[in-house]
Design a protein around this ligand. Sequence first.
Ligand code: HEM
Length: 227
Amino acid sequence: MNTPPPLALSAQTPPSNTPATQRHQRLHRLGARILGGFALLHLLNHLAALRGVAAHQQVLEVLRWFYRHPWVEPLLLLCVLAQVASGSRAAWAAWRAPGRLGTVERIQVLSGLVLGSFLSIHASAVLAGRWLQGLDTNFHFAAAGLHIAPFGWFFAPYYFAGVSALGIHLACALWWRLAHRPAAQRRRAAWAVALAGMACAAVLVALLAGWVVPVQVPAAYRASFGV
Ligand code: HEM
């Protein structure tokens, strides 16, 4: 993992960056902090299902009180848009200069692309479920696809890839942030975050699939898959 500082998303700005690129980097980091804070609570909310779907629902209702606030939700959705846009711009810059990318930068760009694709589909699906289908977008909404063949073949890798990409992308950010630390320490910290993300992804998929606690998907959610 010993590579030069990243091209477009580094913690320290490379000297070749234009003011416009630096503005996008700052925007990307600000959005990452807001969205990262939400994602942490959101994933903990899903892990609460380890105590049963009812426990997940209780935590969801408390969190919704905050993130569905009319001042908070538009900001959150704006962050999703800004992250996808500024991340795509950084990926485009990296694509045009692939020879200059080191291993960590490549992993950062790839995981960012997976995360951005996941986020775009995920946020659109949730809003469509709520506003167009009139569904309560709760645990059963997320789990339904894993309980109806053959959709599980899409939804299991989809959730696993989305949450793993988040862990790996954060691990890359941490790698640059710890630039002043000994290489072994940096490597350990980055691997720990990446592996924690992948482990969390595996547990969440198992929970949604009903392998850990019982999950009974109500008819209204099955109907949205035509069953
Ligand atoms: C297994 C993983 C995940 C599952 C099962 C899941 C499921 C859900 C569900 C059910 C909702 C609707 C919540 C509600 O109605 O209050 C939701 C909303 C959302 N999720 Fe996820 N999610 C996952 C991972 C992620 C990740 C990793 C991110 C971000 C990096 C994310 C970002 C969002 C956003 C931005 C919303 C929209 C919030 C709103 O405005 O209502 N999700 N998710």
